[in-house]
Design a protein around this ligand. Structure first.
Ligand code: NDP
Ligand code: OXD
Length: 306
């Protein structure tokens, strides 16, 4: 079995060492132009030349959950595209979202500001029943986040493409149920894949449908949000603020108004990092399953876009 690694913006040596150690019988090499044809590839943001040269691949393993950037490239038509399926990301995502939610709900930023001035002050406790959390995307990450949020007794709503039943979650599906889902949500968490259907889904008319005093947590992709629409909604008081981990342009340009806005928290696309050892174990397991002709989880449906 021949495996090619082609990852840009990533330290590749540890992936090479890890894959070689896990598959001693395979030939694992870093790709270079003109390299021999491989059976499988492990990729992150590969150049088009790689895909053009490696048209015979049985499967491409993306070392992330989102495949929006990969699907923009011209892919070999018969190659399966496989994404990471959790691999240690869902617990990180649950931590991140719960942290952002609780920091907002318990007004910890206000307490920090008071304490910084030496003030011992109290705020009126808020009711969880008045803070329903709507999660857009009930996939691997969205369901894990829903479970974590529900453990803090917030009412949880979820929205997906297909109809779902998830314990403890009031589920909505499809475009027709989007207005009802938004109208019943106060905190909105975006965990959708970026597709033609979801690009720009967080915009003035959708965010305006959230309950007044709403809060946005975007941990999916920057292009879900129409960035120009956010600050006016916050400054008008309709939204109380936002926590954003992803941006249309990353790194977020130094002049971007999100950096300085007092009600926007920015983090550098770090809510759920790819964990190398877990990911290598998952990818190797899937390669071996492919060799045995068995089905694997996380195969991307190119028509759906995720
Ligand atoms: P999944 O594919 O498991 O889940 C996607 C969910 O979105 C599914 O519930 C799906 O519905 C729903 N969905 C897709 N299209 C629509 C639509 N048009 N309308 C309504 N619902 C829709 O993905 P993951 O949970 O693994 O990951 C989600 C995204 O999170 C990734 O694509 C990536 O962009 C982002 N991400 C961000 C990270 C970060 O560090 N910031 C880290 C990892 C991922 P259905 O169930 O019906 O198919
Ligand atoms: C991913 C990401 O998609 O890190 O895995 O954004």
């Amino acid at each position: 079995m021949r495996i090619s690694i082609c990852c840009t913006d990533t330290k590749v040596e540890p992936w090479l060492t890890g894959l070689r150690a896990a598959l001693p019988q395979a030939s694992v090499e870093l790709w270079a132009p003109g390299a021999p044809a491989a059976d499988y590839a492990v990729v992150w943001a590969p150049p088009q030349q790689f895909l053009d040269e490696q048209a015979q691949l049985k499967a491409l393993f993306n070392i992330g959950a989102g495949v929006d950037a990969l699907l923009q490239l011209r892919l070999p038509p018969k190659t399966r595209v496989v994404r990471l399926d959790d691999a240690g990301m869902s617990v990180q995502m649950a931590e991140y979202v719960c942290h952002a939610l609780i920091r907002h709900f318990r007004e910890f930023d206000h307490y920090a500001a008071d304490v910084a001035q030496g003030k011992w002050s109290y705020r009126r406790p808020r009711l969880r029943t008045e803070c329903p959390v709507g999660i857009m995307g009930l996939g691997v990450l969205g369901q894990r986040v829903a479970k974590a949020v529900a453990q803090f007794d917030f009412p949880v709503l979820g929205w997906s493409r297909s109809v779902k039943q998830v314990e403890g979650v009031r589920c909505f599906a499809g475009q027709t149920q989007l207005p009802e889902f938004l109208a019943h949500s106060k905190v909105l968490v975006c965990l959708l894949p970026l597709t033609e259907d979801t690009r720009g889904i967080l915009r003035r008319d959708t965010l305006s449908q959230l309950q007044s005093g709403g809060y946005l947590i975007n941990v999916a992709r920057g292009a879900h949000l129409v960035e120009e629409d956010l600050i006016p909604l916050i400054d008008s008081g309709h939204l109380a603020g936002a926590t954003l981990d992803v941006f249309r342009q990353e790194p977020l340009p130094a002049s971007h108004p999100f950096w300085a806005h007092p009600k926007i928290t920015v983090t550098p696309h770090t809510s759920a990092r790819t964990l190398r050892d877990e990911s290598i174990a998952q990818i190797v397991g899937k390669m071996l399953a492919c060799e045995r002709g068995e089905p694997v989880a996380g195969v991307v449906d190119r028509n759906r876009g995720y």
